[in-house]
Ligand binder design. Structure first.
Ligand code: HEC
Length: 117
């Protein structure tokens, strides 16, 4: 009898944990996240990565919304931290100013906190 109760209990725990895993992408972000894509990062993308990664003039892959920036976050962080003389460095060929260390840190915090919208 005791074993049966234990089994039911562990099954319930398992199901609850499975549900938690399937919550929507945005709700993964910690409720107390300090960096928000819309408030803090979208303006930085626009300032330093437009027009090339934005519609209308952009010819490179678009990086103009939450999903795209989130999907490319590793590539973004990799490229902006390269030596500016490297071919992969972004902004491309230094045609625009790069982010400051503080601005790059915002993207790193956003990633660490779970990508708050
Ligand atoms: C002057 C135009 C220009 C600007 C400004 C620019 N980029 Fe790019 N970017 C490009 C081009 C062209 C490519 C494709 C060539 C390459 O991969 O190097 C590219 C490629 C990339 C890629 C690779 C995409 C992929 O699918 O692998 C990333 C990530 C990226 N840029 C991030 C940025 C970020 C972040 C900024 C702003 C800080 C930025 N770029 C600013 C022109 C630009």
């Amino acid at each position: 009898m005791k074993i049966k109760k234990l089994l039911v209990l562990s099954l319930a725990t398992f199901l609850v944990s499975q549900c938690a895993m399937f919550k929507g992408a945005a709700s993964e972000a910690a409720a107390d996240a300090t960096v928000s894509y819309a408030r803090d990062l979208a303006p930085l993308m626009e300032k330093n990565c437009a027009p090339c990664h934005f519609p209308d003039k952009g010819k490179a892959d678009m990086l103009n919304d939450y999903d795209k920036v989130r999907r490319h976050i590793r590539g973004i962080l990799y490229r902006v931290q390269l030596d500016p003389s490297k071919a992969d460095y972004m902004p491309y060929k230094q045609k625009k100013a790069g982010w400051t260390a503080e601005e790059i840190a915002l993207f790193q915090t956003w990633q660490a906190e779970g990508f708050a919208p």
